[in-house]
Structures are given as C-alpha cells and as structure tokens.
Ligand binder design. Structure first.
Ligand code: PLP
Length: 396
C-alpha cells in the first residue's frame, strides 16, 4: 500500500510560494534547515484530486460557478461514515478556510468586549482572531494535558459575560482527543452558562492507533444546541491551499440567521476548485488517507526511538514526545533539555529562545516554538511528522 503512494518521496517545494519553505529565512534566519513546522504534509495529495482538477483546467474556461448540489450531501455522508454523526445537508455551509470561519463566527455571534475562552496551549489563531476583533480572551489552561473543567466552571461563574469557548477537537498542539465524558461535561457547563461552543474539528479525520474522534455536537442535545462546528478535508488530504472547509450548525435558531448573513455577504460560495477537490477527496481519497495515517504512525514510533536515545549527563531523556492520538503534530516536552541549556531549574519565557536556537542552529530543523501556543508552551516545541521518514533523520 505504501509503495502505491510512495510517502518516502522527497518533494521539492522551495520557490513554489510554499509558506513552509519560502518563509524559512524570514522566521528562522536561514533556509538550509529541514522544515518540520507549518501543518501541511510533505506528501503528494491523493491523485483523485489532481485528476478532477486537471479535467477542469483542461476545459480552458474559468467562468462563474454554482455550488455543486452534491457537495453538502457528500460532506454529510463523510461525517456519518467517518464520525457516526448524522447531520442534514441543510445544516452545512461552505466556508473558505477554518481560521476565516473562526473570524466569521466570532464577528457574527459576539461583539467587541465580549469574553471568549480558549484552552491553552492551543493553536495561536484561537487567541489572535478574537483579540484582533476586540474580544477579550480568557484562558482555561489544560491541566496535565486534560481539560480543566473545574477551572472552566469557576471562570464562567466569575465572568458571566462570557459568550463563547473555542474548542480544539482534537487538540493542536498535543493531538489529544477528548473523551465522550469530557465533552458531555463541557456541554453541560457551557449550556448552563449560555456559552456557545465553536468546535474546530480540522484534525478529526486523522485519528491514529485506531482511535475514533467524537464530534462535540454529537454527544448530547445540549451540545448540539450550542455548537458551531468547523471541519475541512484540508489536513486529511493535504489540500489546505484550496481553502475548502465547512461549518455545521444543527440548531436552526443559530444556523438560519448565521447562514443568511454568510450568504448575503457571499462568504459561503465555494470556488469551483475547492468544491471539486473536496468532493473528490471525500468520495475517493479514503484509501490514501488510511495509508498516510499508517505511515505517520510509523514516523511517530521512529521519532520516539530517536528521542529515547537522546539523554543528558544524568542519563535521563532530554526530550519527551507526547504521542498524539490524532494527526501528525508531535508536542515535544523539551523542559529537561531547556533546563540544561539555561543552567537552571526555574524556566522563564525568555529562556525559550535557547531551545529555538538549539533546534535551528544545532539540529538544523525548523519547529514551531511552544510559546507560540501560549505561555503554557514554555519548554515545548511542535514537530510536524507528516513527511518522508528520511526528513526525520536529523542529528541530535
Ligand atoms: C486547529 C487548527 N485549525 C485551523 C487550522 C488552519 O485551517 P485553515 O487553513 O483552513 O484556516 C489549523 C492549521 O494548522 C489548525 O491546526
């Protein structure tokens, strides 16, 4: 199966306007390092996507398009088959990108000055988008990589003007998948405080080791009533460049006015390339996805072995990778290493640059710095393992 797809192939993406490659100098000061940062894959996307797009390109006419009538039923079918979540096509709306979707949802459902909870460390636009729109971000930091629901309840009691929580399901960074019990409890707390849940489920289709993702809105009626879900084939099939995503809102009193607003502002009309790619991916891409998941799992084992052998003078492991339950982002607990680099036990935010410098200039790899996801990421780095195994052959 792997041979069929050849995930070992090294692709040349330099000079292709690739964010991951062509901003290396800007963000890391050099471009001769292996990029293991931005969350796209170093794999060719499934050929079914190229085939359908090639047909379109070959038509030579690129006029206005309508949304294909099959698009939403195809998304609904995927959600039912993959996630046992039955939603009507009318509950789905196209959105050109998840971060854009977060912006739309925040702007539509909250107003400047409103409070929005995030569970840090978490994907940085969860902070930047609300703050950039004049909303106040409250942090409910994860505790031992789990949701701290007691603290959440306290936070909501102290801040009754909180309007929304942004859930990362599964979580980035860390790749945690929340349990049904956690999600049900979260729904109870949010429902009773009249807090909407914006659930970003972009990483849900890449569950590893036989795990199964649970869509937040599927866990209870209360969850469904307060939830706006965002999903996409972009991580799953390595097509983030097409900005093809969608929102699911099953509560009609939320979806009707929101979808009308999107419609009137033409924020939900897919570009034909996005529609075609999305439909091909969801109808024909599954065997590719399954093979990619297997390859990523093996990459993670490979990394775990590598880090096991990287020990300090005291014989203790210096980098502790947290095995993701879903997707290809590996959250590296580098605190033992950073303590050695900084020559002290109590770490401060300023010390993180030592870790960043270590990976850029000593190891020769570009990773995302943990503090990008919030101060709770001090001493951590995020590594993207969706690449040919040979790209993980860096020297520690
Ligand atoms: C949790 C999460 N949401 C959203 C995105 C980006 O989605 P988009 O490119 O569709 O805006 C990412 C990309 O890494 C992500 O990890």
């Amino acid at each position: 199966m792997e041979n069929k797809y050849n995930f070992d192939e090294i692709l040349n993406r330099k000079g292709t306007y690739s964010y991951k490659y062509d901003t290396l100098t800007k963000y890391f000061g050099r471009d001769d390092i292996t990029p293991l940062w931005v969350a796209d894959m170093e794999f060719r996307s499934p050929s079914c996507i190229k085939e359908v797009l090639q047909q379109y390109i070959d038509s030579d006419v690129y006029g206005y398009n309508v949304e294909p009538s099959e698009l939403k039923p195809i998304i609904a079918y995927w959600l039912e088959k993959e996630h046992s979540w039955k939603v009507h096509s009318d509950s789905i709306v196209f959105i050109a990108g998840i971060v854009r979707g977060i912006g739309y949802v925040i702007n539509y459902f909250t107003k400047p000055g409103d409070k929005i909870v995030i569970q840090s460390p978490v994907y940085h636009p969860f902070t930047n988008v609300p703050q950039g729109n004049g909303r106040i971000v409250l942090r409910n930091p994860l505790k031992d990589h789990k949701m701290d629901l007691d603290h959440l309840e306290k936070l909501l009691n102290e801040n009754p003007d909180t309007k929304m929580i942004i859930l990362c399901n599964p979580h980035n960074p860390g790749g945690y998948m929340w349990t049904r019990e956690e999600l049900i409890s979260l729904a109870e707390i949010c429902y009773s405080h009249q807090v909407l849940v914006l659930s970003d489920e972009i990483h849900s289709d890449l569950a590893l080791w036989g795990n199964k993702n649970i869509p937040f809105a599927s866990v209870s009626q209360k969850a469904a009533d307060i939830c706006i879900t965002l999903g996409a084939p972009s991580k799953t099939f390595n097509i983030p460049g097409f900005a093809a995503s969608f929102a699911v809102v099953t509560n009609l009193s939320l979806s009707k006015p929101f979808f009308d607003w999107l419609e009137i502002n033409e924020l939900c009309c897919p570009c034909i390339v996005a529609s075609l790619a999305m439909m091909a991916a969801y109808t024909k891409g599954k065997p590719w996805r399954d093979a990619a998941v297997k390859y990523i799992e093996d990459n993670i084992f490979y990394l775990e072995d590598k880090f096991t052998n990287f020990k300090g003078k005291d014989g203790k492991q210096m980098i502790l990778p947290i095995r993701p339950q879903s997707s290809y982002l590996v959250w590296l607990d580098c605190r033992p290493l950073l303590k050695v680099l900084a020559g002290k036990e109590a770490l401060e935010i300023e010390d993180q640059s030592l870790l960043e410098d270590f990976f850029i200039n000593k190891v020769g790899i570009a990773l995302n710095s943990g503090i990008m996801f919030g101060d709770e990421g001090l001493g951590f780095m995020r590594l993207n393992a969706a690449c040919p195994r040979s790209m993980l052959d860096f020297n520690l």
